[in-house]
Write a new protein. Structure first.
Length: 158
């Protein structure tokens, strides 16, 4: 989404400065591609929320997500026209930066949910100290068989 929105911003800048019809067509194309990606991301938000939150507070997590999503939408409805009237296409740069920050937060902070079952994720997040459990602990809890443990020892050259 960040890359598409950056392309949208660049095409908007080109069209605003040169009135190039190809740049205008690129803006329209980027709008459609961006909203396709936005729709995909929006649905994944709720799937991720239901995976991460334990069952007992899942509804509250979805409710908080809905609240912040609606608040951001209300902000956008009222503030975007003012920003676009004031500085034109340069206002899009604010969103490019915001999307880049969101992408970094998601990549570095959000836990990966691919692989473990919902029960294993629930054990991870309901533990008093979730960082104390590693991937091997989760794999052992999800299986009845004993998994071998390999220990690696690093020896420094003298």
């Amino acid at each position: 989404m960040t890359i598409v929105f950056a392309c949208w911003t660049g095409a908007s800048a080109d069209y605003a400065n040169t009135k190039n019809k190809d740049a205008g067509a690129a803006v329209v194309a980027m709008i459609f591609v961006y909203y396709w990606a936005y729709t995909l991301m929006h649905s994944l938000t709720y799937i991720y929320i239901t995976e991460v939150f334990p069952f007992v507070i899942r509804a509250k997590g979805v409710g908080v997500t809905q609240t912040f999503t609606r608040a951001a939408s209300a902000f956008n409805i009222f503030v975007n026209p003012i920003g676009l009237d004031g500085i034109g296409w340069k206002y899009y740069i604010v969103y490019v930066v915001w999307l880049a920050i969101e992408s970094l937060i998601i990549y570095f902070v959000y836990p990966e949910t691919k692989g473990p079952s919902l029960e294993e994720l629930s054990q991870l997040f309901e533990d008093e100290n979730p960082l104390s459990k590693g991937r091997l602990d989760l794999e052992r809890q999800g299986s009845n068989e004993e998994k071998p443990v390999t220990t690696l020892e690093e020896v420094a050259k003298a």
